[in-house]
Design a protein around this ligand. Structure first.
Ligand code: SF4
Ligand code: SF4
Length: 111
């Protein structure tokens, strides 16, 4: 661990051959509040699931908007659909509904 208690994050490069913007086109129509996200991280800090498995709703929203579908399908099943993230969002992003729609579109169990 570094002297300061934190380290530099790994680089996060996008392979444009793997990017798919079809999901954001669909989700953006179903739940336009996804475009209001400012990436503050309040949802991730509050997420019920995160304390058990590092689930990160802020990263899910970013991944949807940037077309990283593999990350989304690998992670989205961890969401418990409890809705806490939505209650703390300063931008009133309906994170729960976004994830619910993603689960339904990707064929994962919504309930
Ligand atoms: S709390 Fe709202 S604005 Fe902040 S990262 Fe989550 S969805 Fe985005
Ligand atoms: S609805 Fe999902 S992302 Fe939001 S706080 Fe609950 S478990 Fe976390």
């Amino acid at each position: 661990m570094s002297k300061w208690g934190f380290t530099a994050i790994k680089t996060n490069q996008s392979d444009l051959d793997l990017v798919d913007h079809g999901l954001i086109a669909t989700i953006g129509n179903l739940e336009p509040s996804i475009f209001w996200c400012i990436g503050c991280g309040s949802c991730s800090a509050t997420c019920t699931s995160a304390q058990f498995n590092n689930f990160n709703p802020r990263r899910i929203i970013h991944a949807i908007r940037s077309g990283h579908v593999k990350y989304i399908t690998d992670e989205v099943d961890k969401c418990l659909l409890c809705g806490k993230c939505q209650m703390v969002c300063p931008r009133h992003v309906n994170t729960r509904n976004i994830i619910l729609n993603v689960k339904q579109i990707t064929g994962q169990n919504a309930i």
